[in-house]
Design a protein around this ligand. Structure first.
Ligand code: NAD
Ligand code: WQD
Length: 342
């Protein structure tokens, strides 16, 4: 039987590249489009080093309506699409909201138009736990209300889900929105991983860059939150576990096991970890003492959020396999690898 074909938008990015490798391992023929706005074509070498297979790659900016339509015209035989391509920096989205609405919303609309026109029925969407805001109850399940977004970035995920839901109803598409909690870590081979541009905004790349000597110290944003150790709590999910969730979600659609045209799943571990937990675990797996200092709270941070994973475990049939130790040691291995190359 011919391999199923899947289009991965943003497939050279952090989560996309790990998903490409998992899709290849599962026997898919993978097509990647990326504009390299937050990645580079060198990522293809890492993918090939792991899988031995070169994905089909086209440099494409999904904001370009005509070029995107032409791409779909030429690749109308896709079995499904996994849509990662988006801008994702929360702070930048506050400073430049129109960049976020143009990229994250127009790009999504053009992808959906391509799917509708060429009868490509199956779509997986990158959503985020940010849609929940500060939850009223923890752990948080998928039936919890979506709270007014705290940033234009968060709003693009909420509106993105609505656009997909309405498109499923109107055009008979089938879609799964995966609400990621906090992705961390890298492929165990250290061939691919996270490549933040400039000063990292996220905790784990800031930690690994501090340990590598690029940053003087980690600032812990607040130790006076109403949590056991005073720092914020998140659900950190290994990027390889997250990537595998996409492969499982795609096969759910291709095998028509979905129970509705639009489904939503949390993708997290179900465990809440504080900033200090992450620092301690990093110190233990790396053998480094991490310079850190407590500073003011970061505006906009929610106190605590972690997933109820029952639906993902029981309905999707996916469960996180890796621990924070695994994720942080892979992140450290990746940081050392990229530093040794420079
Ligand atoms: P990333 O920036 O590493 O990957 C996104 C990729 O999309 C990049 O390679 C970028 O070059 C590409 N891209 C962006 N705009 C494009 C365009 N117009 N045309 C073509 N390619 C374009 O980010 P990531 O962490 O891998 O995130 C992937 C998806 O997951 C995003 O939609 C993001 O919002 C979502 N998400 C990420 C996180 C996280 O913490 N990393 C959490 C929740 C959701
Ligand atoms: C984690 C914890 C910080 C940096 C963001 C987006 C969210 C999602 C994932 C895409 C928090 C603390 C951090 C530092 C610190 N992205 N921290 N010092 O804020 O949970 O989520 O990325 O959808 O939308 O908002 O992740 O890694 O920035 O922070 O103390 O230098 O680490 O306060 O408690 P966050 P993060």
């Amino acid at each position: 039987m011919a391999a199923k074909k899947v289009l991965v938008t943003g497939g050279l990015g952090y989560i996309g590249s790990h998903t490409v490798v998992c899709l290849q391992a599962a026997g898919y023929e993978v097509y990647v489009v990326d504009d390299c706005s937050n990645s580079s074509e060198a990522v293809l070498e890492g993918i090939v080093a792991i899988s031995g297979k070169q994905p089909h790659y086209t440099k494409l900016d999904l904001r370009d309506k005509n070029a995107t339509a032409a791409y779909f015209q030429q690749h109308s035989d896709m079995d499904g699409v996994i849509h990662f391509a988006a801008s994702k920096a929360v702070g930048e989205s506050v400073a430049d909201p129109l960049k976020y609405y143009e990229n994250n919303i127009s790009g999504l609309v053009y992808v959906l138009q391509g799917c509708v026109k060429h009868d490509i029925k199956n779509l997986i969407f990158s959503s985020s736990c940010t849609v929940y805001g500060q939850p009223d109850e923890l752990p948080i399940d998928e039936s919890a209300p979506v709270k007014p977004a705290a940033s234009p970035y968060g709003n693009t995920k909420q509106v993105g889900e609505e656009i997909i839901l309405e498109s499923c109803e109107a055009y008979g598409l089938a879609a799964i929105s995966l609400r990621y909690f906090n992705p961390i870590g890298a492929h165990e081979s250290a061939q691919i991983g996270e490549l933040p541009l400039g000063v990292p905004q996220n905790l784990v790349p800031f930690i690994t860059q501090t340990a590598a000597g690029l940053r003087d110290e980690l600032q812990v944003f607040g130790d006076d939150y109403p949590t056991p150790d005073g720092s914020c709590i998140r659900d950190y999910i290994h990027v390889v576990d997250l990537a595998e969730a996409h492969v499982i979600a795609l096969s759910r659609l291709l095998e028509q096991k979905n129970s509705a045209n639009f489904e939503v799943f949390n993708v997290g571990t179900g465990e809440g970890s504080s900033v200090f937990d992450i620092v301690k675990t990093f110190e233990s797996v790396s053998g480094n003492s991490l310079p850190h200092r407590i500073t003011d709270r970061r505006p906009g941070d929610v106190v605590a959020v972690y997933a109820d994973t029952k639906k993902a475990n029981e309905v999707l049939g996916w469960k996180a396999r890796f621990s924070n130790e695994d994720a942080l040691s892979s992140a450290w291995k990746w940081e050392q690898k990229i530093r040794s190359k420079k």
